[in-house]
Design a protein around this ligand. Structure first.
Ligand code: LRH
Ligand code: MN
Ligand code: MN
Length: 384
């Protein structure tokens, strides 16, 4: 049992986002931190540290244009030299003046063309980097009733998605991300999993839904969404983070580790624990140091996963079949209440890693080194 769990944990891959290593903040203020990367190459170097100390963060998501470079093959080669690889390519059609009234749903066909061309460019970048995943998030929506035709915007969205879908090559897919609100406050064109799912269904199997844990109304049962999408074969992955209020992008597992456990349990239960469901982090470290924040986040996901794997599924099924409400709940809670840190420490030692990644990273001197070397790190991202 423990051997199986360890094997499953050893095989886990948690993807870190390039933007987590750069300066970020709220719309009120970006607090610059020392030692932040000055370009995408340095972001990969920081991500490689997270992998080096945890052993389970082998890929890095890019965000275009924040990570635009002249030579993507060289960037992928640099990643390989560092022992990591390029993960999902995140498109960005939300930071251009042209997108004031939307990107692919904009009433102006010129703007729609520009936005769709950017998405196609992201597929080119997938080709050049070997990435198999495109992540699409649209900030599109309206602020006032009557501002635009809700249904026409769905038609425009469908048209753009079709064009991008048809451009995908073998072994490539896109993940459609939904978000309840923000920056649009009245309607959002992809506000929920149902809308994303319906568009994906229309397109085909290479279109899947990505669940960003911060993108729901408070109180939403995210594990239900996970169970449903897995049953339909349309859960493509997660953007993990945690939230107290809205899309806070705080460290995953910080606000509600129990919710993370419940989500991971549905993943395991639904056969989603494998490379076809991407475990990605989508976070910003506005106050805390970034590399250490990513290491902590990866460990939080690992802990929730270990607990989910520990659930005695036979005992749970028996209690459920017997209608034993308290017994079934107890099986789940037993797993959640287990301290899995010794198991994970043991696993790391077996993987040739330090059992305590946070302490090992702090001792390594990497942070002091980059603080001395990297002066003026203002790489584009939220802080740009
Ligand atoms: C939007 C979002 C989306 C973006 C990322 C930076 O809120 O979650 O995934 O690409 O933030
Ligand atoms: Mn996201
Ligand atoms: Mn978000």
């Amino acid at each position: 049992m423990t051997t199986d769990i360890k094997a499953a944990l050893r095989a886990q891959a948690i993807e870190t986002p390039s933007w987590a290593y750069a300066n970020s903040g709220t719309r009120f203020k970006v607090f610059a931190q020392p030692g932040v990367p000055r370009d995408p190459f340095e972001k990969l170097a920081d991500a490689a540290q997270v992998h080096a100390f945890t052993g389970v963060a082998p890929s890095v998501a890019l965000h275009i244009p924040w990570d635009r470079v002249d030579d993507y093959a060289a960037l992928a080669g640099h990643a390989a030299d560092l022992g990591v690889r390029i993960g999902a390519i995140n498109s960005n059609v939300f930071q251009d003046d042209d997108y004031r009234l939307g990107s692919v749903t904009n009433p102006d066909p010129r703007v729609r063309r520009k936005a769709t061309d950017h998405l196609l460019e992201c597929v080119d970048i997938m080709d050049a980097t070997g990435s198999g995943t495109l992540k699409l998030w649209f900030s599109d929506g309206t602020n006032y009733p009557g501002q635009d035709d809700i249904r026409a915007r769905q038609d425009r969205l469908a048209e753009a998605l079709r064009e991008v879908y048809d451009r995908l090559g073998d072994g490539q897919r896109f993940l459609l991300e939904y978000k309840l609100f923000e920056p649009a406050f009245y309607t959002t064109d992809v506000p929920d999993w149902g809308t994303a799912y319906a568009h994906c269904l229309e397109l085909g199997p290479k279109a899947q839904v990505v669940v960003d844990t911060g993108h729901h109304a408070p109180g939403t049962n995210i594990e239900f969404i996970v169970a449903f999408l897995l049953r339909q074969g349309r859960l493509g992955g997660f953007d993990f983070n945690s939230r107290f209020y809205a899309d806070d992008d705080l460290m995953v597992g910080a606000a509600d580790p129990f919710q993370l456990f419940r989500i991971m349990f549905e993943v395991v239960r639904g056969g989603g624990y494998g490379p076809h469901v991407a475990f990605m982090l989508d976070q910003c470290h506005n106050l805390e140091p970034k590399i250490a924040g990513q290491i902590r986040s990866v460990m939080n996901v690992q802990e929730a996963t270990a607990k989910a794997l520990l659930v005695d599924r036979d005992a749970l099924a028996a209690a459920q079949a017997a209608g034993d409400v308290l017994g079934a709940n107890a099986v789940l809670m037993d797993a959640y209440s287990t301290d899995v840190r010794p198991l994970l420490a043991e696993l790391r030692a077996e993987m040739g890693l330090d059992p305590d990644p946070m302490a090992a990273y702090a001792r390594s001197g990497y942070f002091e080194k980059v603080c001395a070397e990297r002066v003026g790190g203002t790489q584009a991202g939220w802080g740009a």
